[in-house]
Design a protein around this ligand. Sequence first.
Ligand SMILES: Cc1cc2nc3c(=O)[nH]c(=O)nc-3n(C[C@H](O)[C@H](O)[C@H](O)COP(=O)(O)OP(=O)(O)OC[C@H]3O[C@@H](n4cnc5c(N)ncnc54)[C@H](O)[C@@H]3O)c2cc1C
Length: 481
Amino acid sequence: MHALSYLTLDREARQLRPADVAAFAAQIGGGVLAADDSGYEEARKVWNATVDRRPALIARCLSDSDVQAAVRFATSHRMLVSIRSGGHHIAGNAVADGGLMIDMSALRTVVVDPARRTARVGAGALLGDLDRASQAHGLAVPLGINSTTGVAGLTLGGGFGWLTRRLGLTIDSLLAATIVTADGEVRRVSATSEPELFWAVRGGGGNFGVATSFEYQLHAVGPELHAGLVVYPFAQARQVLRAWRDFNAGAPDELSVWAVLRKAPPLPFLPTSAHGTAVVVFALVHSGAMADGQRAAAPVLAFGDPIASALGPTPYAGFQTAFDPLLTPGGRNYWKSNNFSALTDAALDVVIDSAADLPGPECEIFLAQLGGAMARVKPQDTAFIGRDASYIMNVHGRWSDPRDDDKVRAWARRSFEAAAPHATGAGYVNFLTEDEAERVAVSYGANHARLQAAKRRYDPANLFRMNLNIAPAPAAATAPA
Ligand SMILES: Cc1cc2nc3c(=O)[nH]c(=O)nc-3n(C[C@H](O)[C@H](O)[C@H](O)COP(=O)(O)OP(=O)(O)OC[C@H]3O[C@@H](n4cnc5c(N)ncnc54)[C@H](O)[C@@H]3O)c2cc1C
């Protein structure tokens, strides 16, 4: 076996001796993959197909001690580290050319305690794993809207979805996590154990260590609730979006209505004549009693003259998979995202103009309605500061032909820039792309300095830098004890 090339934290090329690699592999429960090994090509793939990177080694971790061994190996070789759980982050930081990928994807166990209404979840679990296990008991954690997203990345960045207005962000239900920090220690973090680290990981992303498991408070949800879609022609966009915005101001927290501007997919309840035409889709979930949901959501059918609707009793876990067919892995994706504290008429006009110019049939702009319970937590109580966002817009450029890379990216950037004067300036770190490092500090706002101090305390050498990075504070500024 030959020496293996890798990149250091400063991206200098170095070599690993075969004996060192073999000794390392023997410590990792799921084994270690290098480029020649079968399984390597599959293991290095992430959701966004524009990311095509080749790590030097992939450590398939099955336990806390595997992760400790991987962190110590990386530290002793100053090796560039990436952490992969669900592999969904658009920026592709789960994988680094020449680096060591700490692959958590095999740790998918979910253990629900229905009496305590808690769930202990392995860091490799996908949202669908957690939804299925908790919904078996009529329970849920507020998660995102695509069942193949990773619980770990979603949680560490904040996490929002259909239940956020009623129950808060994913991190607002996080009771504890187990984190392997850069010094190789396993730390259980909670409100009472390592509280500063617990504060930092609730929004601070993968900056503070490798999470191996999470413990959540579960809430009674469904299992059936009132949910579905109402579809309007794009020609009515201005009228229906304004009506939606005005309606939202008085909507109960149980109801979330998101707007999606795109070309209509061939949904069975739509007339075939509407397939492929420009539409405004309102996707909604009411997580309270069914009759309340029917009543509360009825006005959505009267924003204009809908093409069609499909609303009614729906299994929550099923609705959590409803958008999976539009979000399959392997597509090329480029996103730009803005937070809005309010949507003015002018802001909506800008969004409509951008959607009138979609560069492809898979591209869309969605506006997620937030507020409610999420906004009632103080911005300084967790690292996630963007609680003033009543809406998050995501310009979702999605395509398959690499020849369209420039065209779609240019549209996404144009759409983002046009909306920026109406937005807060902050972004949601889970939606930022790899070329948006300069938005990280702005997006953490007044929490950034405290995050930098925590980073200095827990990762002073910035081992975990393959992310939307929070640089350690200079030596003088340490985190409060
Ligand atoms: C199709 C799609 C739909 C989405 N929908 C939503 C949504 O509805 N709501 C929402 O809030 N977000 C949503 N997101 C964004 C999602 O929250 C982020 O992409 C998130 O980072 C995904 O987590 P992951 O584990 O799959 O990603 P990965 O790419 O595996 O990880 C992303 C980053 O998180 C860090 N990380 C991952 N695992 C660990 C770990 N175990 N320990 C420490 N750090 C870790 C690393 O820095 C890593 O680079 C969506 C994303 C996609 C692609």
